[in-house]
Design a protein around this ligand. Structure first.
Ligand SMILES: [Zn+2]
Length: 111
């Protein structure tokens, strides 16, 4: 978040927004491709992979909105700015990873 990138804060913020947009686009393309191939092939492995990419897409969207919210200037309700939104996004991602790990563990035990 505060790594010495050599960029001024405005350029760094713009770069962060662009990267999160790329992340959403990449995950979206993967969901569409994997979902499409699953529909054609009926492969369960591809369905699982598409579901995994779907979770990535949700995580990417959370990050996409979080970095934009975090970059908003301080206002009456948030006098210290909106930077904490990034911590919330990280927590959400950790939750998603934990949820998928739990699901995989449950599936492994059931089978
Ligand atoms: Zn606010």
């Amino acid at each position: 978040m505060h790594a010495p990138t050599g960029l001024d804060p405005k350029a760094a913020a713009a770069l962060t927004r662009r990267i999160t947009l790329l992340s959403v686009a990449t995950a979206g393309v993967l969901v569409v491709i994997k979902g499409g191939v699953w529909l054609i092939s009926g492969s369960v492995a591809l369905l699982a992979s598409a579901a995994d990419s779907g979770l990535d897409l949700i995580a990417s969207l959370v990050t996409f909105y979080a970095v934009r919210y975090a970059q908003a200037p301080p206002d009456a309700e948030h006098r210290f700015g909106h930077g904490k939104a990034e911590a919330f996004a990280s927590l959400t991602q950790a939750g998603l990873v934990f949820a998928s790990a739990a699901l995989i563990g449950q599936e492994a035990i059931v089978h």
